[in-house]
Design a protein around this ligand. Structure first.
Ligand code: ATP
Length: 681
């Protein structure tokens, strides 16, 4: 029963996703890349409405994260960078997913994303290739082939079933040599199988209701692909499996062992395709920020704490792109690296480090699971000098959730997933994923990680260039500390540095020496900043906004009859078109003239769509599907003056139609712009 309900729920969600995908194509939000050539898996193009939506989202992020703050600046770096950056960051060695392959179709799946399946598995040991084995023996083996399940069984079969006469017939000369040595003759009979037998197991899950013959067909296809032409299947047997994750979800074929698969796209810089010229398309935008940290620090004259933001393309050769644009191979990221003082430095300067709980109204109750709805509220408690990594981390989680709320994703549609200690990368102190409840499940929109000083330290080690900062405040504060405090803070800093260096494979004595020097740097006002990284995906956010906006409701048509409508209830801030401007009739020059005047009045301030085609109700519906929050209609009363109502006798009024409830107000043209601007900013 439970299973039936789950299946029904799944299919309802699938139907919703199908509707969303189809609306995206129909209305020009998102198209499959290279569609006229059959598409290319994992790549998507944004059409006219999608491009506007995306631009609005990126601008809002940029403005919120950089222009409206004193402590964040932006950069725009190249997509291809020195491959040494990716060696330092660990991407060359470890940026890999474990993947398994269907040996028949070569389709890959991520090892951790295989759906469990149950049923009968048909297994084969290999094949006997008539073309390579003796023709004569192949007739013999044919009858028993399916029961010969192991190499031993096959060898025994040959030994027991091939008569001496048959050996003589197939190779008279050899027979003459062996006939008086029974052991050698037996060994020869066994060895015969190696000529024609290919031991290579293959298993396939029989689809429900399918005959055994279909498994044989699939197995035959597989061995044909392997280059066998004239063969007999060997060793067929049936096993039952329950909830197994070893079979390909589409083909049912048993998957290969999991192997790591690097997700970076490789290319060559310059005309020569050699290992020396290898470069990668960046798999994240963050590393350029670390690599340019010193340049930005010096030119922007910022002091820690401060952040560097970047929006741009990233590329990952995902094993299984899926869920529409959710997991793509080319996508955009909006990343902030917010550099902070290490806790030891904060303590040296302020005498203490504020705990996250002290700076917030957060509930003190322990969360019962690591999924949480945010209870953190620091609206009126701005950043302070005594904030350590924990406070900054929580601050950014809250800032980011408030950003999502501000563009129309309600908190109830979001979840925080606090990674468990065993899930964290070795250098990370904490990581929170902000999930959105997509129709296909709650999935990550953004990750906010406290990454210690790992990234800058790596670039310092690998480039040989200092990534440390000089902090006058620290130097001054340090000289006033008592010896016990100096000793305690140095020891903690030393331990953290030593842990990092040894983890990265630095030899013990060298690591000791370096960590000692690093700790001694505190007295001189030097340290390597730590970082908090809020890292969001543009495309996932676009998909979340579309899923959240998608509604079907009833709205009366021109004759007042209820009609089903599809409407995208975007927040006006992100809506691709802010206002549709329409003359009631397109063949009345005065109406058209006035409507064009209104279009031109609004255009410098927002994206306006002018539409004069078709019945006004149809035009409203088209804008509903595009997610346009307002429509302005110019009618005869605009020109002649209102006949009745509060604006009776007044000219230059228009109908302002609201998308979500279809409400229509009469508004003076002179009031339109301030009214709209208030809603879209
Ligand atoms: P996932 O676990 O879903 O693969 P991730 O944890 O590897 O994501 P990060 O490396 O933290 O993701 O990247 C930061 C953000 O970039 C993600 O939260 C997501 O919004 C976006 N992102 C990452 N990979 C993809 C992708 N293949 N397609 C679209 N967006 C992506």
């Amino acid at each position: 029963m439970a299973k039936t309900v789950r299946l029904m729920a799944e299919s309802k969600e699938n139907v919703l996703m199908e509707k969303i995908v189809s609306l995206c194509k129909r209305r020009g939000f998102i198209f499959q890349s290279s569609e006229i050539y059959g598409g290319i898996n994992g790549f998507w193009d944004y059409g006219p409405l999608g491009a506007e939506l995306k631009r609005n989202v990126k601008d809002l992020w940029w403005n919120t994260m950089t222009r409206r703050r004193d402590d964040v600046v932006g950069i725009e770096a190249t997509i291809i960078m020195s491959p040494r950056i990716w060696e330092a960051s660990g991407h060359v060695e470890t940026f890999a997913d474990l993947m398994r392959e269907c040996p028949l179709t070569k389709k890959r799946v991520r090892a951790d994303q295989v759906e469990p399946q149950s049923g009968n598995v048909i297994r084969y040991s290999g094949v006997y290739r008539r073309t390579q084995g003796e023709k004569h023996f192949s007739q013999l083996i044919e009858e028993f082939a399916l029961s010969l399940t192991t190499q031993k069984a096959i060898e025994q079969f040959f030994e027991n079933n091939i008569t001496d006469a048959e050996v003589r017939e197939s190779d008279p000369q050899l027979y003459d040599q062996l006939k008086d040595a029974p052991n050698k003759l037996a060994a020869y009979k066994k060895a015969i199988c190696s000529q024609g037998v290919l031991f290579n197991g293959f298993s396939v899950l029989l689809q429900p209701g399918k005959p055994l013959e279909s498994a044989r067909k699939t197995a035959s296809q597989y061995y044909t692909e392997k280059g066998c032409s004239d063969f007999i299947l060997l060793g067929e047997r049936i096993d039952k499996v329950e909830n197994s994750v070893d079979f390909h979800p589409e083909t049912g074929v048993e998957l290969t062992e999991a192997r790591p698969f690097n997700l970076m796209f490789k290319t060559y810089v310059g005309p020569v395709e050699s290992e020396d010229n290898v470069a990668y398309l960046r798999p994240e935008t963050a590393q350029a920020i670390f690599a340019q940290f010193k340049n930005v620090l010096e030119t922007s004259r910022r002091k820690v704490p401060f952040g560097i933001a970047q929006v741009g393309k990233a590329f990952r050769n995902e094993v299984t792109p899926r869920n529409f644009t959710f997991r793509s191979r080319e996508f955009e990221q909006m990343e902030l690296e917010f550099f902070i003082k290490p806790d030891e430095v904060v303590e040296a300067i302020c005498g203490h480090v504020a705990k996250a709980a002290e700076i917030s109204k957060e509930s003190t109750e322990e969360p019962t699971s690591n999924i949480q709805h945010s209870t953190f509220n620091i609206q009126h408690l701005g950043p302070a000098a005594d904030w350590g990594w924990e406070a900054w981390h929580k601050y950014w989680v809250e800032e980011r959730i408030r950003f999502y709320e501000g563009i129309g994703l309600p908190r109830t549609m979001l979840e925080e997933y606090w990674q468990k200690p065993e899930e964290l990368a070795h250098y990370a102190r904490a990581c929170v994923d902000i999930l959105f409840k997509f129709p296909f499940g709650a999935q990550e929109l953004e990750g906010i990680a406290a990454r210690s000083d790992f990234d800058l330290s790596q670039h310092e080690r690998c480039s040989g260039k200092s990534m440390g900062v000089f902090d006058e405040e620290l130097r001054a504060a340090w000289s006033k500390l008592d010896d016990a405090k100096k000793e305690a803070l140095s020891r903690r800093y030393h331990e953290a540095r030593l842990k990092y260096l040894t983890k990265m494979g630095v030899e013990q004595a060298a690591a000791e020496q370096e960590a000692k020097e690093d700790a001694a740097g505190l007295a001189k006002g030097q340290y390597i900043p730590h970082v908090i990284e809020p890292s969001a995906g543009v495309d996932r956010l676009i998909l979340a906004l579309i899923c959240n906006a998608y509604h079907e409701d009833q709205m009366p048509d021109e004759k007042g009859k209820p009609e089903m409508r599809v409407v995208l209830k975007f927040h006006p801030r992100v809506a691709p078109i802010k206002v549709g401007v329409m003359p009631l009739l397109k063949n009345k020059p005065d109406l058209v003239k006035k409507a064009l005047e209104i279009r031109d009045l609004m255009r410098p301030h927002m994206n306006v769509f002018y539409d004069d085609a078709g019945a006004i109700g149809r035009r409203y519906r088209r804008q509903d599907e595009a997610g346009t929050p307002f429509c302005v209609t110019v009618d005869f009363e605009t020109l002649e003056g209102m006949k009745e109502g509060p604006l009776a006798g007044q000219k230059d009024t228009v109908t302002l139609r609201h998308r979500d409830d279809g409400r229509q107000d009469r508004v003076k043209i002179s009031e339109l712009l301030p009214l709209m601007l208030e809603r879209i900013h």
